[in-house]
Ligand binder design. Sequence first.
Ligand SMILES: [Zn+2]
Length: 273
Amino acid sequence: MPELPDLTVVAEELGRRATGRVVRDASAPTPILVRATPTELEQLQGLTLGAARRRGKFILLPFERDSVEIRVLAVNPMLAGRFWLIPDGSAKVRARTGLRLRFADGGELRYVDREMLGKLYLVAPDELDRIPGWNEMGPDADDPTLTLDAFRQRIRRHPGELKPLLRNPKFVAGIGNAYSDEILWTARLAPFRKRSTLEPDDIDRLYAAMRSVLGDAVGRLRELVPPDIQEQHREFLKVHLRGGEPCPRCGRELRQLGGSEATTFCRTCQPPF
Ligand SMILES: [Zn+2]
């Protein structure tokens, strides 16, 4: 599942390579993924793609006329959605292609979703709050205004176990299953520990780990991902899905629970309380 670091780097690369390109036409080969009518897609014709940006687990693609945003495509790729930037639009269209944006220069941006779980919303710039959950979204986990002090205040209002807490977009936006494991291991906090058991220095360590893990991952992904934005890189993660391997810090075998939504942790470095 793409998370904040993955989507940050995809947005940056789209910004570099797709900004300023004019839409020749837009279509939805797999219409079920796109919350827009064919007429609404037709209206993108002739508009210019603005700079892509990220919010939470959404990629936002603005469409502009005379540098004014007219429409915004908000894409939540969920489990398996991927963007493809294709230099030659004649390339074969893959199954489960949710959207094709053909540019006047012959290139193309496509959204392909193997699991068909992603959601694409085409809205006016002032209508983003119509997207389910948009208004309730907390600050991005890397938002500069989310200071340690603001984090301490926010976490007080969110009870429960630490792993679901980190993944809750109402608390902080952009963290999923993989990076929550990495953050908790770095902070030396057990995923099943309750927020109410945390001491002030635990909370401070959790905040520091969140910022450093996400920041380091963005740095690594900037080297690994471009130009192939459809590829997801996780090979540098220290613990997530490495159950049975030695903990990189203490050497004890990492524990892993659950299937596709697995949680990986170290019972020595991340004591239950
Ligand atoms: Zn360990």
